[in-house]
Ligand binder design. Structure first.
Ligand code: OOG
Ligand code: MG
Length: 266
């Protein structure tokens, strides 16, 4: 399918409306079964531009998805995906999430990189990422697919900015070289009970490998990471659904913990 400009606008409106009205929608490949991944990235780019315009938000960084072999196998794909983080997605540990603004949110434990330098190019390696990153920090990403029942194909999820909704950062900033990121253990609990565990190696062997992959992919579109970007390197385990009044804590070796709480607050 050639994605005409008219069609782009329609699909983008459809997804932005779903987010704004907090309503799940039928996935777009039901209507456009031939949508390619490259076309989906075109849609994503336009969607982000429109969303920034509408909500007066700025770029916060980049997120990776499907970086663990387990998640890739689940989806039957062999590639990770990336999307954009915007300034209004940043939430704080001391500020409960507004549950009524989310459709069917799930929490993912992640390692975030804070970039100290721009980084661009198709040859960028994990070592370059480690050098260009100023800090690593514990994070919880809240994903909230706009699609019905959280089910989608790869082009659907790419166009939907990889299910991005919110992110929360821990307060301990660590220099990347001070930790062996491939060996970091993580335990995530919900209301005091352990729900999932993981290791940094789940993220393509090493979280910096995942970030390097994203830099290479971005370079194909003439883009890169920017100084100050926050980069979410992908979930260390499966995502965990949560509801109002739930508290989720992800605790990482060497990075401390990060807490998500959710309430009905207007
Ligand atoms: C896609 C986004 C996955 C991750 O860290 O793997 C993701 C989804 O599963 O909805 O953010
Ligand atoms: Mg994620």
């Amino acid at each position: 399918m050639a994605v005409t400009n008219k069609l782009k606008v329609e699909v983008i409106d459809y997804l932005l409306r779903a987010e704004h009205e907090v309503k799940e929608v039928v996935k777009i490949t039901d209507q456009y079964p031939d949508l390619s991944i490259e076309e989906a990235y075109d849609l994503q780019k336009k969607l982000i531009e429109r969303r920034m315009e509408k909500t007066k938000t700025k770029r916060l960084g980049i997120k990776l998805g499907l970086t663990s072999k387990a998640k890739q196998e689940m989806m039957g794909v062999h590639e990770a995906i990336y999307g954009y983080l915007l300034s209004d997605m940043l939430a704080f540990e001391w500020e409960p999430l507004q549950q009524h603004r989310l459709i069917h949110p799930k929490a993912e434990p992640e390692i975030a990189f804070i970039m100290g330098e721009d980084l661009m190019g198709e040859e960028v390696t994990a070592a370059d990422v480690m050098k260009a990153a100023k800090f690593v920090v514990a994070a919880i990403e809240v994903i909230d697919s706009r699609y019905k029942d959280f089910r989608f194909t790869l082009p659907d999820v790419v166009a939907d900015n990889c299910s991005s909704a919110k992110l929360i950062l821990g307060s301990k900033m660590v220099k990347p070289e001070e930790l062996d990121l491939s060996n970091i253990g993580m335990v995530m609990s919900k209301n005091g009970e352990m729900v999932t565990t993981g290791s940094g190696s789940a993220v393509l062997g090493h979280p910096a490998e995942a970030v390097a992959w994203a830099v290479q992919k971005l370079a194909q579109r003439g883009e890169g990471l920017q100084k100050g970007d926050i980069v979410l390197s992908g979930a260390l385990s499966e995502a965990v659904a949560f509801d109002m009044d739930d508290t989720i804590i992800a605790q990482f070796d060497g990075l401390g913990s990060v807490t998500l709480s959710s309430r009905y607050v207007k």
